[in-house]
Design a protein around this ligand. Structure first.
Ligand SMILES: Nc1ncnc2c1ncn2[C@@H]1O[C@H](COP(=O)(O)OP(=O)(O)OP(=O)(O)O)[C@@H](O)[C@H]1O
Length: 631
């Protein structure tokens, strides 16, 4: 047991961690107008504290003492312009208080705050709305906050107090002044926030925002009065689907996710049979700010018989890490340790079941409400695509869910759309990977495909380079990069065959230009060949048939995972006037020499790269220009 020791000063002053100070400053001067959210945040913390206690009490029942039922009490005090939020949950020790209410633990928060600060007026308002603003949100409405807390099973109680302006104090609290167990938060409301002493206002907000937290909430207006219950703490997920309204789902989603948008998809089901569990899962409309934070884990909560166990159980695969909600099962023992959870075969089976149901629900939405599904895809598609790489079993299902930008137009297309419009003789699904859509659309490698009306998927997410390498066939067609290997284009008829028959001399000239280029560029390229994929550009680079596609190679090199690069193949368009002219300049070997190097540099620039030898490039360019201008 911890007690206040004599050496501890009566009141210790602490300075907030720099990030807390920044967050508080933002909160107080926030452009975010919906201050009501502080109530949801404090109630949600109170409910979490009650759930943590329930969990710890499984191993140590004495923690509950003679007060086993979780509750949250709101006390209004109009005379003193105060509101009190009290719970009989786990409480906080002195050190926990300093840790929890003086620092920011969550990863990604700093980056998030930087984004908000950089964009105060515009995006900021929405961004902060997406962000679980947490305990510190109470400084939006209060100019003094006191947190009195006693940890379950301990005697000592502590008072944390702050005006939110840079520092806080922690002092021991007389037993008589402290809650018997749990936390009491007193907000001294500022002038603009006096509405929060109105019972009508508070009751309305609580019912609307926190109506389904799994702990009953009561309210009392005057000291000595009997508290009135405003929500009953029934777990929404235990109700049958037909008894829950869309508004109730939305409100529950907001509570469980800390996001302030509407769910784009709600999946609620009870599995019976080998394993019994209930899932209530939501796909958000907007992306959380830390979606691509490497530390971000799934945020589904695990309950066992309505007792919250952990939100760290990875109930869905990483590529569904945007899904929020919970799984409640009676098949696991209540005293399962958090460490044992990861290896539990039951949980493995549940994970599979939940994943399948979510993917099936997405498939249904794609069919019945294509517009909403597309919005989902634009927001979370690049994350779902990670499953194409990771989840061997579900690759084909995920390919069915995937949508792509293609050369066929501006919108997104499914692979089914692609195949419906594919050429009869087409054996592959063609793609081109790169870093931006604009760059891809302008790629010379696409020309021959465009000219023959063959659609090409344009892949711009870094993950695309990886999954596409090992993608399974889709409806019997394999994936093939248009910037790698032979273009296979000869098999497809061109609409109007414009290349005129070349004279034997012209053919010989092109052949010797190719031979010259091979010789001069032998350190840069593995081969120089006549192209059937170019129609407008003079040259382009492609990767050899085997090995990495060029884009993937660049990514791996950038990440330091590949020391040597494969030499690309330079393709030359023999029908291009420039190539014809260079090939014809047989009497000017110096010019031809400069020209083949410049052609190679041009192909690199078209690929988004720089010339390998900038000085040599500049010199050749100057020589060719001078000659052209007669200088
Ligand atoms: N009523 C409470 N009882 C016990 N601990 C609390 C209470 N309120 C806050 N805390 C502690 O303070 C921490 C910080 O709370 P805060 O709301 O800022 O963040 P969070 O709850 O961890 O994250 P989020 O807001 O995303 O849920 C909590 O994790 C908890 O440890």
């Amino acid at each position: 047991m911890t007690t206040a020791t004599a050496e501890k000063p009566v009141s210790e002053a602490h300075v907030f961690e720099a990030d807390v100070a920044r967050l508080l400053h933002m909160m107080v001067h926030s452009v975010y107008s919906d201050k009501d959210v502080f109530l949801r945040e404090l109630i949600s913390n109170a409910a979490d504290a009650c759930e943590k206690l329930r969990y710890e009490a499984i191993a140590t029942p004495s923690l509950l003492g003679d007060d086993p039922d979780a509750r949250i009490l709101l006390k209004l005090d109009g005379d003193n312009r105060r509101i009190v939020i009290e719970d009989n949950g786990i409480g906080m020790s002195r050190d926990e208080m300093i840790e929890a209410l003086g620092t920011i633990a969550r990863s990604g928060t700093r980056a998030f705050m930087e984004r908000i600060e950089a964009n105060k007026a515009g995006e900021g308002a929405q961004l902060i709305g997406q962000f679980g603003v947490g305990f510190y949100s109470c400084f939006m409405v209060a100019d003094q906050v006191e947190v009195a807390s006693r940890r379950a099973g301990e005697e000592a109680a502590w008072l944390w107090s702050s005006d939110g302006k840079g520092s806080y104090s922690v002092s021991p609290l007389e037993a008589s002044e402290a809650p018997t167990r749990g936390t009491r938060i007193t907000l001294h409301l500022n002038e603009d926030a006096k509405t929060y002493v109105s019972r009508w206002t508070v009751e309305r907000i609580v019912k609307q925002q926190s109506g389904h937290v799994p702990v009953p909430i009561r309210i009392v207006e005057k000291e000595g009065e009997e508290p009135q219950q405003i929500t009953d703490g029934t777990a929404l997920w235990t109700k049958s689907k037909s008894d829950v309204t869309p508004e109730e789902y939305t409100e529950f989603y907001r509570g469980v996710s800390g996001q302030y948008d509407d769910p784009a998809l709600t999946v609620h089901f009870r599995a019976e049979g080998r394993h019994e569990y209930t899932t209530l899962a939501f796909v958000p409309t907007t992306a959380p700010f830390d979606l691509f934070d490497p530390d971000r884990k799934g945020r589904m909560k695990l309950y066992v018989k309505r007792v919250f166990i952990t939100d760290d159980a990875e109930l869905v695969p990483r590529y569904l890490r945007f899904v929020r909600g919970l799984v409640d099962t009676a098949d696991l023992p209540l005293n399962i340790s958090r460490e044992m959870i990861q290896d539990s075969p039951i949980l493995g089976a549940i994970r599979k079941g939940v994943t399948s149901r979510i993917l099936t629900a997405l498939e249904k939405q794609a069919e019945s409400d294509a517009e909403t599904y597309l919005k989902f895809w634009e927001t979370f598609g690049s994350v779902l695509k990670e499953g194409l790489y990771d989840d061997f079993e579900r690759k084909t299902q995920l390919l069915g869910l995937a949508r792509f930008q293609t050369t066929a137009g501006d919108g997104f297309r499914s692979l089914a759309d692609y195949l419906k419009d594919a050429k009869e003789e087409q054996k592959a699904i063609y793609y081109l990977a790169g870093s931006s859509l604009e760059q891809l659309k302008a790629s010379p490698q696409l020309e021959g495909f465009r000219a023959r009306g063959i659609e090409v998927l344009l892949l711009t997410d870094p993950i695309d380079n990886f999954w596409v390498m090992n993608a399974p066939e889709f409806e019997g067609k394999s994936f093939k990069s248009v910037s790698q290997g032979a273009a296979d284009l000869a098999q497809f008829a061109k609409p109007e065959e414009k290349a005129e028959e070349k004279t034997p001399e012209a053919k010989a000239e092109v052949a010797s230009l190719i031979a010259l280029a091979k010789e001069k560029l032998k350190d840069e390229v593995s081969d120089v060949i006549n192209s059937d994929r170019l129609t407008e550009s003079a040259v382009c680079l492609v990767a050899p048939e085997t090995g990495y596609d060029r884009q993937l190679e660049k990514l791996l090199q950038g990440a330091g995972q590949l020391k040597t690069a494969t030499k690309p193949i330079l393709e030359i368009n023999a029908d291009h006037p420039l190539i014809k002219a260079i090939a014809g300049a047989t009497g000017n070997p110096a010019l031809q020499d400069d020209a083949v190097h410049l052609l190679y540099d041009q192909a690199r620039v078209l690929d988004g790269d720089k010339p390998t030898d900038p000085r040599g490039f500049a010199e050749r360019m100057a020589r060719v220009f001078s000659k052209a201008l007669g200088a």
